[in-house]
Design a protein around this ligand. Structure first.
Ligand code: 5RP
Length: 218
């Protein structure tokens, strides 16, 4: 079984968590694309979705899933999204696809966050995957210098503009021993919009697609 088959398995398993008939929070990425295919099979039973990216919005609309603006919605019951890394506390590194800010907003606005990954994403210590940081364009060099002071090596993701019109620095070389502390420290740098650590608001459930089926971690 390859990584994509494992992603698909975890994504389809997430359908079980869509219990009501309301609005579902939907993340971004190749794992979530499988989830959107799954969600389309129950589109008649749900009101619709809120989306964390233009890419997910486009795919959902093509499949006939109604997409709402988050400002039109109350609390979202369930948010389903992938991750680049997940530790045993369900703290995550996200943002490989550049959608971290909208993802973090929907995660914050949701009662339950179901994270779907393949087994290769499970780690003991976060940070091997370069940590994405979304930055206001004019602050890029300043923020990069501040990150170097924290011991990271920021690399500008060239040619990428986020859906919010910002740029991304991918921070290499960090063993993230205290994810909550680092998440707050990075947020405090002026010019940072969001960072890809989801530790203050971790996932509530992790569905891990593997050779042995989908494992559920709480
Ligand atoms: C996008 C994300 C994705 O959830 C993360 O990058 C995982 O992507 P994939 O499912 O393609 O492996 O955070 O911003």
């Amino acid at each position: 079984m390859n990584a994509d088959e494992m992603k698909k398995q975890a994504a389809w398993a997430a359908l079980e968590y869509i219990k009501g008939d309301g609005i579902v929070g939907v993340g971004t990425g190749s794992t979530v694309n499988h989830f959107i295919d799954a969600l389309a099979t129950i589109k008649g039973r749900i009101e619709g979705a809120v989306s964390s990216s233009e890419a997910s919005t486009k795919k959902m609309q093509e499949l006939g899933i109604k997409v709402f603006d988050l400002n039109e919605c109350n609390e979202i019951e369930v948010y389903v999204d992938g991750a680049d890394e997940a530790n045993s506390l369900l703290e995550l590194v996200k943002g490989g696809g550049g959608a971290l800010t909208r993802e973090k907003i929907i995660a914050a606005a949701s009662k339950q966050f179901v994270c779907i990954v393949d087994a290769t994403k499970q780690v003991d210590i976060l940070g091997k995957f370069p940590l994405p940081v979304e930055v206001i364009p004019m602050a890029r060099s300043y923020v990069a210098r501040e990150i170097v002071k924290l011991g990271g090596q920021p690399v500008y993701r060239e040619g990428v503009i986020t859906d919010n019109g910002n740029v991304i620095l991918d921070v290499h070389g960090m063993d993230i021993m205290e994810p909550i502390k680092l998440e707050k420290t990075l947020n405090d740098i002026v010019g940072v919009v969001t960072n890809g650590l989801f530790a203050m608001r971790p996932a509530d459930v992790l569905l891990v697609g593997s050779e042995d089926g989908t494992q559920t971690v709480h």
